[in-house]
Write a protein of this length. Structure first.
Length: 472
């Protein structure tokens, strides 16, 4: 086994050196607070999805393939398992509802994949809340920056960015958590490149594989770090090299902006551009929900009065959320609906709410919702296309009597240009955990997560949570 110290000229080395020298004392309080809120948000999402069928199936698959014993636990399960399997189950819970946060410019959902890998390790090693915050912060920051290197979005070449990029963020977070050396960190990242995957073929038929991607990436990150810890070497110029990850995954030669990973690293915080989702669907659709509900509330029209609905959206989103029309107007599964502009706008207009209960099987076949979905027409929005760092939507509803109403959202709630506050995060958290733990325990958990810096053992929080889930 080769354990040669890599040269400091590679991107991977620069990232590893930053991680090992990272000091939280240099981080602005606003960045730390944002990180605490992202942890609160994501744990609420995991709890909300913990009882879903696909999560139960993932648990059975883990037990069937690897057995049910080990030194680690997923967030909500009392049965012990391996660290990699715990990370997998956490990742599935973080992603299956499409309620996880988003780095708008890269389309990556950062917190879910990094946090899913970190939580079992924090509990297993008896680490503190401060350790968790630091590891999540460095992993998420580098992950977001990695997603800015290519001008091409991964969806356009058939990959799921939260999975293919996500493994690297989880490795970087684990490297900080476990205090790996610079060399070990680079070897782990080099190995992670061979484990990076995530086909978006499920976008066509709504099958379940895509909902597992974040879990797969988090689990693979645990394995990559374990291999590096045992002296297994990985390629050093893994990102920018002759056979580097970017060239292999994009199969083209755009102007890769490799400097995006390290420019002003530690001075300018990309994590502040991570946005919490107000609704459980592809983030592209969230401003359309906001615009549709605003029109419904302002003008009080009934679904039967609608003649046509025009939705102006950036053309690069046509292939993922707008077309083909037959599939988008009649999504096959709950997850399929979460990437359908037509169904999403229709359900929002008919029901007037899109919370964790949205996209239920009965909603997919509701004749009123289906009738409205047939009236949704998508059009190119040149304004949105000109600035992919924003999340713009315009919805126009024309009624049978000729009246027409239009509403535009320039930036969806939760983004840096349209921020949300503590109460918004808490409202979403309480809504997500409702019915899974009691309201009193929900408040206790929220208080603990918002003062993570004072928690000496993260395991004490998650063990209490498991007891509360079983007690309800």
């Amino acid at each position: 086994m080769l354990d040669r110290r890599p040269t400091s000229s590679t991107l991977s080395a620069a990232a590893a050196e930053w991680i090992t020298g990272f000091s939280p004392d240099t981080v602005p309080e606003a960045v730390l607070e944002h990180t605490r809120l992202q942890i609160l948000d994501m744990i609420g999402v995991m709890i909300a999805s913990s009882g879903l069928d696909v999560v139960a199936a993932a648990r059975r698959a883990v037990a069937d393939s690897d057995g049910a014993t080990g030194p680690a636990f997923s967030l909500t399960d009392a049965a012990p398992t391996t660290p990699a399997n715990a990370a997998f189950l956490n990742g599935v819970m973080s992603a299956v509802l499409e309620f996880d946060d988003t780095h708008i410019q890269s389309n990556i959902h950062p917190t879910g994949v990094v946090l899913s890998a970190l939580l079992p390790e924090c509990e297993r090693l008896g680490l503190s809340g401060r350790d968790l915050i630091e590891a999540l912060l460095v992993g998420s920051e580098l992950l977001c920056r990695l997603g800015l290197i290519s001008p091409i979005r991964m969806h356009e070449v058939g990959f799921h960015p939260s999975s293919t990029y996500g493994i690297f963020g989880a490795v970087w977070g684990l490297a900080r958590l476990r205090r790996l050396s610079v060399g070990q960190t680079i070897h782990a990242i080099g190995t992670a490149a061979s484990l990076s995957a995530g086909s978006i073929a499920s976008f066509e038929d709504g099958t379940s594989t895509k909902t597992l991607h974040v879990g797969m990436a988090a689990s693979a990150a645990v394995r990559a770090v374990a291999l590096a810890g045992q002296g297994i070497s990985g390629p050093h110029p893994v990102f920018e090299g002759k056979f580097g990850w970017f060239k292999s995954h994009f199969q083209s030669a755009p102007q890769f902006r490799f400097s995006a990973l390290t420019d002003e690293l530690g001075a300018r915080w990309e994590v502040l551009n991570i946005a919490s989702k107000a609704h459980p669907c592809a983030y592209t659709l969230i401003p359309f929900i906001a615009a549709a509900i605003a029109l419904r509330d302002a003008h009080g029209f009934a679904p039967e009065e609608i003649d046509i609905i025009h939705c102006d959206i950036m053309p690069r989103s046509f292939a993922t959320v707008c077309e083909p029309l037959v599939e988008k107007r009649r999504p096959r599964t709950s997850w399929h609906g979460r990437i359908s502009l037509q169904h999403t706008v229709a359900e929002a207009l008919v029901l007037g709410r899109m919370d964790k209960y949205a996209y239920a099987p009965e909603s997919l076949v509701d004749p009123r919702i289906n009738a409205v979905a047939d009236k949704v027409v998508h059009r190119p929005d040149p304004v949105a296309a000109a600035d992919i760092s924003r999340s713009r939507a315009t919805v126009s509803v024309r009624l049978n009597d000729g009246r027409e109403f239009t509403h535009t959202i320039e930036d969806m709630p939760g983004t840096r240009r349209n921020p949300i506050g503590h109460e918004d995060y808490l409202r979403k958290f309480r809504s997500n955990v409702e019915g899974v733990i009691s309201s009193g325990h929900a408040d206790e958990l929220a208080r603990a997560l918002l003062r993570l810096d004072d928690i000496d053992d993260v395991g004490s929080i998650v063990r209490a949570l498991r007891g509360w889930i079983n007690a309800l």
